[in-house]
Design a protein around this ligand. Sequence first.
Ligand code: ZN
Length: 240
Amino acid sequence: MRLAVLSDIHANLAALDAVVDDMPPVDEVWALGDLVGYGPQPNEVIRRLVELGARAVMGNHDGAAVGVVDASWFNPDAATAIRWTASVLDDDSRTYLSGLPQVRRDGDLTAVHGSPREPIWEYITDQRIASENLGSFETRTCLFGHTHMPIIYRADGDRMEVVPADTAAPIALDARRALINPGSVGQPRDGNPDASYVVLDTDAGTAEYRRVTYDVPATQRLMRERDLPRWLVDRLSQGR
Ligand code: ZN
């Protein structure tokens, strides 16, 4: 089976549509949370994900936008964007976001936003945190997002090794357990402003990282029209 794995779309429809155009034929689309927040088109992004039949989990921004996650941990810019998002969500979007599970499990895959032991809030930013999470999921592979950084952590004996998210060729997965972050579609933070996602082929055992150029100024224009915070606008062109 072939899956497109998307995370942290953050209401950036131009980025999502560019990724959809770039996608090879896939059996399923998975979305690892933070569908909304920061960006200018939350309802449009949710509608597109529904059209795609995406299997999604809840991120901290999704939960905060519908009042089921405490937003007091957000920095001021994120909080401003969440208040704006909450004010424009339509009933269908609100129902959709409220119904998202925090964890999805299907066959050999687990999907979460943050981490398997703390799906909404924990950031997996290093090998130690990755290894501490190995006991919190049962499948061979766990898909996660939240950090906006494309990376794979793979268990090698009792330590975790980092597999860089190289886009040159599909990365071979093997029997070892792995935590896979596809990076962010709508607000990449690894210094490359292009949308990031993964095509996971569970039969071939490969993860293919793909980067897609999209119309960043178009998203920034919409953000300015909506008076979203300046830093959130600027960072899209920097990929930080
Ligand atoms: Zn995010």
